[in-house]
Ligand binder design. Structure first.
Ligand code: FRU
Length: 529
């Protein structure tokens, strides 16, 4: 009798343990480093944004996702949608890894004319074009092949079916990935920019129907070839003059991620291939910070919108696996609008600024104006704690070295310094709070600007990130940081010399992500695959 009871107890205990092992981790959106207006997946690992496409009033954001854990692996496409690029709603995983392999990065289009035949004229399909990473022998994960595949949705992106005759592009190559497909109206055809990472090349293919692809050109090696080339994107931008007025000219921009950075080239696309302008061959980074990678832009924005909106993975492969967040790992940048300006030297420079929809989050603001800052009179803001919001600072008559501390407590802060004589701007997060989770994390970046006595900084803060836009988007510096709760102070100090504060505006956004990000809808559903 006792034996039976003991057995039953053991069985009950075993069931309990098993049930515990299967407990689903639920996000609360109140986790300490959970951002409010930056997209993060409810749980688990993410890297690149994928398939950025606007369809039927929704901005779709697919993303590299591990449905099974907080490390890279089992790559699939997670999915979220937004009506305003600020509030995101989680949808079920769109594409799971399958027997064919993992689902790597790629893009999505709306096949409005049903060129693929995967839908009907009345129900044009959404089509995803992505890389499948196939490990030939599971004992040797480095023995893989990469090919380009399609999947499609006939219900506005809710459910997805993999195309029956995949792959659509197979060059029998090991490294061949990250197709960016877009419609090219002048030739009424689809174009694909896709990477040969090891050769530092972007290859171009065209297709009448998304299924049959023909090689049309090659770009590279060029610019920064220090690491593999990934996630290319090619798009046209109207050229603005140095003051921001349209010139009537259009140039093409080719963006390529080079492990840890994103570089861009400005030039010409003739419908087959891209050529960089002679002046556009120098190495130019899209963002000077440490946490901006795999940047991609939206397809299919309505002509009336006219913006080129970009989202990047706000992270860095050097330490991404160790970020101190739970129960998710990986962030997206704020969506940014790209513009192209021709400077007085005749160079075309990429400018960027967060989408104006973010302003709708403003709760309250504080404005300070017209005062001198010198070593005896620093500007300290201690009684207005905030970690989610926007700080705008306009300084003039700068002489010597100016230091700003964001999220400061004693000497812990993200330190921003500017030397008016050299034009050197530095952002230092080596004492910014929690930094010792990875030896690569503490870092300082240097951004050369034109020496000037004026400086305009717009700093977007969201709990664990800082996106700094210098001089109305001339430069961007994106840095993650993990402050302690005491780091709520902001200061501007003139170490040597002085400056005049034209204005400082502090705008607060809601502090809690659960007020902004919607709860997930059964994110583990495997329907539609
Ligand atoms: C870039 C990248 C891509 C690849 C994906 C895999 O971060 O390495 O080249 O498709 O991540 O997750």
């Amino acid at each position: 009798m006792y034996k039976h009871i003991l057995c039953l107890c053991l069985l009950a205990f075993a069931c309990l343990l098993d049930a515990q092992a299967q407990v689903e981790i639920r996000p609360t959106y109140r986790e300490p480093y959970r951002p409010v207006y930056h997209f993060t997946p409810p749980v688990n690992w993410t890297n690149d944004p994928n398939g950025l496409v606007f369809a039927q009033g929704l901005f779709h954001l697919f993303y590299q996702y591990n449905p099974d854990g907080m490390q890279w692996g089992h790559m699939s496409w997670g999915h979220a949608v937004s009506r305003d690029l600020v509030h995101w709603q989680n949808w079920p995983v769109a594409l799971f890894e399958g027997p064919e392999g993992m689902i790597f990065s790629g893009s999505a289009v709306v096949d409005s004319f049903n060129t693929s035949g995967l839908g009907s004229p009345a129900r044009p399909p959404m089509v995803a074009i992505y890389t499948v990473h196939h490990i030939v022998d599971s004992l040797h994960p480095d023995d893989y092949l990469q090919t380009q595949h399609l999947a499609y949705s006939l219900d506005g992106g809710r459910t997805w079916r993999k195309y029956a005759h995949n792959p659509v592009l197979d060059l029998h190559m090991r490294d061949f990935r990250d197709p960016k497909v877009f419609w090219y109206p002048p030739a009424r055809k689809w174009m694909m920019a896709v990477s040969f990472p090891v050769q530092h090349q972007v290859q171009f293919f065209s297709s009448p129907d998304l299924i049959h692809w023909q090689h049309t050109g090659t770009f590279g090696p060029a610019g920064d070839t220090s690491q593999v080339w990934e996630c290319p994107d090619l798009f046209p931008l109207p050229v603005l003059d140095a003051t921001g007025k349209p010139t009537g000219q259009t140039k093409w921009v080719l963006m390529v991620s080079v492990q840890y950075d994103v570089q861009y080239f400005v030039g010409h696309f003739d419908g087959n291939t891209f050529q960089a302008d002679p002046s556009g061959q120098a190495i130019r980074k899209v963002d000077e910070g440490t946490d901006f990678y795999a940047a991609s832009t939206y397809n299919n924005l309505p002509a009336g919108d006219g913006r080129r909106v970009c989202i990047a993975w706000m992270d860095n492969w050097a330490y991404a696996a160790h970020l101190p967040t739970f129960p998710w790992r990986g962030f997206m940048t704020v969506p940014r609008v790209f513009t192209l300006r021709k400077n007085p030297q005749g160079q075309f420079m990429l400018y960027q600024y967060p989408v104006q929809e973010i302003n709708r989050l403003s709760l309250d603001s504080m404005l300070l104006k017209h005062r001198w800052i010198n070593p005896q009179h620093p500007l300290l803001i201690t009684n207005y704690p905030f970690v989610v919001g926007k700080l705008s600072v306009q300084l003039s008559k700068i002489q010597g070295l100016i230091r700003l501390a964001v999220a400061q407590h004693q000497d812990s802060a993200v330190w921003i310094s500017y030397d008016a004589a050299t034009g050197i701007l530095q952002v230092d997060r080596s004492r910014s709070g929690l930094t010792d989770f990875d030896a690569h994390f503490p870092a300082r970046v240097t951004v050369p600007l034109k020496p000037s006595s004026h400086l305009r900084l717009d700093i977007f803060l969201d709990k664990s990130s800082m996106e700094l836009f210098v001089n109305d988007g001339e430069k961007a510096v994106t840095m993650l940081f993990f402050p302690y709760p005491t780091q709520t102070q902001f200061s501007v100090q003139a170490e040597q010399g002085s400056c005049y504060l034209d204005m400082l505006r502090v705008i607060r956004y809601p502090q809690n992500a659960y007020l902004v990000q919607r709860k997930s809808v059964s994110h583990a559903s495997r329907l539609g695959n």
